[in-house]
Design a protein. Sequence first.
Length: 372
Amino acid sequence: MGKNETRAINFLRGVPSEEALSHLIPMVAEGYEKVIRQYGTQVLQYGHFTGFKPLRELIANLHHVDPERIVAGNGGLEVISLFFKSLPLQSNVIVEEVTYDRVLLDAKRYGHNMIGVKLTPEGVDLDQFRDVVKKTEPAAFYGIPFHQNPTGINYTDENRKAVESICQEHNILCVWDVCYQDLRYDGKANGAIDVSEWGPILTSSFTKTISPGTKCGYIIVPKDYVEHLIGIVANTRINPNLPTQAFIADFIQSGWYDDYLGYLRELYRPRMDALNTAFNTHFPGASPVEISGGFFAPLTLGDISVDNESAFVKSAKDAGVGIAPAWNAVAPNFKEELQGKGLFIRLTFPAFQPNDIEWGISKLKETIELFS
Ligand SMILES: Cc1ncc(COP(=O)(O)O)c(C=O)c1O
């Protein structure tokens, strides 16, 4: 940093690190050229509207399902949105008390009523889940079982399977968004989710594991849901970006994808460690779990009330730390309760150097002290 530059960090946008994307450039350049030459007009023309067949076959193989059950699209959010579009308008949908903000915003467009259920360090509160199922007859549940956005919680197998069996018993479409499954940095690996004929539905994305710019994601639905979903896909966007899907299929098949995931885990581990250390030092107890992977971590700042949150965010910005209230990520029925506990924020870490993370969190702590 030059002498006159002021130090700053923006904890808001969960983007892959620039180094990681730069590391990818030669592989992406080579991969796209290879598949354009190999598949030619097949990937430049209309077609494959449920996704590039070789990619669907690879994904099917990974999850041990029939490729017919897979729709590969332009990103995780697109396929999630297509799924929400496929539900009857104004359906009841269960979500975690805090979740991926865009899911809440998108589902609202279809008039769905999003009902939050409490999260514990093991997953959702099962008693509350059963209670909401009984009272609201939901059409679907959407959850993020690995390195949950924004809490960082990793569901236990038992909790996840209990949710699945309640959903199966009550005919609720159970959707697990597994886009952070492979992004675990603590040296352990997340187990696989078994997909059987009824479900659960899985959705994922290559945004955080390859690149947001290439924009590719997929959803695996039950066989008897495929035709209904395909009707929605065909009316919405005909085919997805086929050169990208061909590139990703080749990237996986060549073994480069697995190597790259290994590289990301190494790159992001010290950043995660720095975040955990800084949280434990400056904000003990303000986040529900130690972060073990993914892209996000939450903080509840008990000293900052709704009335002074704007002033606090401004002071943090003046001190060089970009943060924002994360109320968009809170299910409507939890907003009041969470607002009563203090300012809720979501921070991201993979794009930053460990010393900047440590600096940003300590600055945040100093700023709070001015308000308490
Ligand atoms: C839980 C979750 N699902 C989906 C997405 C979006 O993925 P995509 O960029 O592929 O639409 C994100 C991005 O942050 C996410 O956190």
